[in-house]
Design a protein around this ligand. Structure first.
Ligand code: GDP
Ligand code: MG
Length: 163
């Protein structure tokens, strides 16, 4: 499942951190911020989404005026998908990213990743799942479980050995 417990019994969430094509060369800075926030990277994959894969991933926005631009952008270059884990990982990662619009991020959250590395309201460095349900669905999108097709690759971190 999405939770694992450390020795003190505190709940760890798993969530998706997706680095968008605009900053894929700055992945090191982003990973540093992740570790500085007490989250760890438990899976990582660099890939390139086709137009239709990007459209599937952002299905919830299909009726928005920016949908075509978003899908075009997300399929324009490599992305890095990471499963990250830690206390309240979903909200911690979204807070680390900052507001959706990079200009707003520079005003409202100057320490955030989007404030530092974002360009505008579209090219904004990263994606974070906005709920635990979304995290489960989006992790499955990038890291499909192999249950029923040999050993599962989703149970690797059931017991957190790092803390
Ligand atoms: P997020 O959860 O903070 O990433 O924001 P949303 O779920 O609302 O939007 C998904 C992504 O669509 C954003 O991260 C942006 O890349 C893009 N996006 C959102 N709103 C706008 C907008 O008003 N204009 C443009 N061009 N892109 C947008
Ligand atoms: Mg969103």
């Amino acid at each position: 499942d999405q939770y694992t417990r450390n020795k003190l019994g505190s709940k760890k969430e798993r969530t998706l951190a997706l680095i968008k094509p605009d900053v894929v060369t700055k992945i090191g800075d982003v990973i540093e911020s992740i570790y500085s926030s007490n989250l760890i990277v438990t899976k990582a994959k660099m890939t390139r989404l086709s137009w239709s894969q990007a459209a599937d991933f952002y299905m919830e926005h299909q009726s928005k005026p920016f949908f075509n631009n978003l899908v075009q952008f997300m399929s324009s270059g490599s992305v890095v998908a990471m499963e990250i884990m830690g206390d309240e990982a979903t909200s911690v990662w979204r807070k680390l990213l900052g507001p959706t619009d990079s200009a707003a991020a520079r005003k409202e959250a100057p320490q955030s990743i989007r404030a530092h590395f974002g360009t505008d309201g579209l090219k904004n460095v990263g994606h974070g799942s906005d709920s635990l349900d979304a995290a489960a669905r989006e992790l499955e999108f990038f890291f499909p479980s192999t249950i029923g097709h040999g050993p599962s690759n989703t149970a690797t971190f059931t017991d957190c050995t790092c803390c």
